[in-house]
Write a protein that binds this ligand. Structure first.
Ligand SMILES: [Zn+2]
Length: 215
């Protein structure tokens, strides 16, 4: 089975790893790992924990959530390189939670800025509303055009920011100045350098990421 159908490439041929809306199929869970009884809230937040994605060459290329990482593993697209000492339980099986996964087939990744996408903007802005500077889950954030589209504002890295619904409503069809709002920082393009910096920030609490990111 090829990995390519789990990856999307935008119109300019740029790479965006993406596995959306998939359900974990049954599989044999790894044996002998420590089991924790997780309540559903903890389980839900655990499934959103960040997982470092390495290319087949061990080059760090992306950060995804546990849920997506497990789908890639179960489909044989990736394998776990580092694991947490926790498990999640599906109906019949226990699955150890990955911390770092590696793609089994090499993916060519152009050395240029990443595709403009909602996911990458939230990642760049670290899931922080750029007006009230509070951190939200992705589902509670939208993208705001700093200069509104009605004023000729474009959909670019420099004009799109993560924004909570409340700030988005109060800003409406105005510029930040007109709405009395201030941007936490100037939105920048997402480069390979910021990408690596972000991976380090996201992974600073997980020492399993260190050897892949700090060298
Ligand atoms: Zn806000």
């Amino acid at each position: 089975m090829g990995a390519s159908r789990h990856m999307s490439v935008d119109s300019r041929g740029r790479y965006t790893p993406e596995v959306a809306g998939e359900v974990l199929p049954g599989s044999e869970g790894p044996a002998g790992s420590r089991s924790h009884n997780l309540n559903s809230t903890r389980r839900a937040s655990l499934m959103q924990e960040p997982v470092l994605v390495l290319n087949a060459t061990y080059e760090p290329i992306n950060v995804t959530a546990v849920r997506r990482a497990m789908v890639l593993m179960l489909k044989g697209v990736a394998q776990a390189e580092e694991m947490h000492n926790t498990e999640v339980h599906s109906a019949a099986h226990a699955h150890r939670v990955p911390s770092v996964i590696r793609l089994l087939a090499y993916r060519h990744i152009p050395q240029q800025s990443r595709a403009l996408s909602r996911k990458n903007i939230l990642l760049r802005d670290r899931n922080t509303c750029q007006f009230c500077v509070r951190v939200f889950p992705s589902s509670e954030l939208t993208l705001d055009h700093v200069v509104p589209r009605s004023r000729g504002g474009r959909s670019t890295w420099e004009n799109l920011v993560a924004c909570c619904y409340r700030c988005n409503n109060s800003k409406g069809d105005r510029t930040p100045e007109e709405a009395g709002l201030k941007l936490a920082r100037r939105p920048r393009p997402f480069t390979l350098h910021t990408s690596r910096q972000l991976m380090r920030l996201i992974g600073h609490r997980d020492e399993r990421w260190r050897k892949y990111l700090f060298y």
